[in-house]
Design a protein around this ligand. Structure first.
Ligand SMILES: O=C[C@H](O)COP(=O)(O)O
Length: 247
């Protein structure tokens, strides 16, 4: 890991009722001053309550998705401004589950990322190849193509984070070889550096089956600046172990 302050982000996906907020309190108590930034993205129903539960501690709270528009006739959707109004400071956009389940293409993800910046949220933009794409030798083409198509206008190292999540590694317990993570993150670093004046300091997260047992090895990769964690972010003990590995 480089001198960039790492970010360890947790994505609770569609998990968590109010009772789960005790995990945030336990996490804060166990890690009052971590050596990385910490973000938790609960379901939209819990954003406000999690902000309250995390108050005074190191955990920031974000959304898992936002609509591109600020308001309007979009039943069931949540705008970036609503996430900010609830106390959120970031939002994940373009997660592969959104791309697959809701047919979100790069243009949609870019519009959502730009909505995040409009609302002064940090946009966590996700990219990643499927197993078939990797087997076909298309990993870098796919990932760099998604990056080019999804990067918001106005992106800076302060307002945008890129998360590389191989789809086949999400929730499967399978993790790429360190050499493969290195190759993709080096390519992402070059791409953001070529495109942005401060791309050299943009945070590039790895996501996909990150656990306390493998986090240190993954975070030691030069262009990995933290992680986007799904299942292992649900319990304070697991997530705390990953946070400790980022120090
Ligand atoms: O957003 C998080 C990722 O999809 C990773 O999920 P996972 O850690 O459960 O594999």
């Amino acid at each position: 890991m480089s001198l960039i302050r790492p970010l360890v982000a947790g994505n609770w996906k569609m998990n968590g009722l109010r009772a789960a907020l005790t995990e945030v309190e336990a996490l804060t108590a166990a890690h009052p001053a971590p050596a990385c930034d910490v973000l938790l993205c609960p379901p939209a129903t819990l954003i406000g309550a999690m902000v309250a539960a995390a108050a005074g501690g190191p955990v920031s709270v974000g959304g898992q998705d936002c609509h591109a528009a600020q308001s309007g006739a979009h039943t069931g959707d949540t705008s970036a401004e609503m996430i900010a109004d609830a106390g959120g400071t970031a939002v994940i956009v373009g997660h592969s589950e959104r791309r697959a389940d809701h047919g979100e293409d790069d243009a949609t993800v870019k519009a959502k990322a730009e909505a995040a910046l409009r609302a002064n949220l940090v946009a966590v933009v996700c990219v990643g190849e499927t197993e078939a794409e990797r087997d076909a030798g298309r990993t870098l083409d796919v990932v760099l193509g998604q990056l080019a198509g999804s990067m918001p206008q106005g992106a800076t190292a302060a307002n945008t984070v890129i998360a590389y999540e191989p789809v086949w590694a999400i929730g499967t317990g399978r993790v790429p070889e360190i050499a493969d993570i290195t190759e993709v993150h080096d390519a992402l670093r070059k791409a953001v550096s070529d495109r942005l004046g401060d791309g050299a300091s943009m945070r590039l997260l790895y996501g996909g089956s990150v656990k306390p047992s493998n986090a240190a090895e993954i975070f030691a990769v030069e262009n990995v600046n933290g992680g986007l964690v799904g299942g292992a972010s649900l319990k304070a003990a697991d997530f705390g172990g990953i946070i400790a590995a980022a120090g």
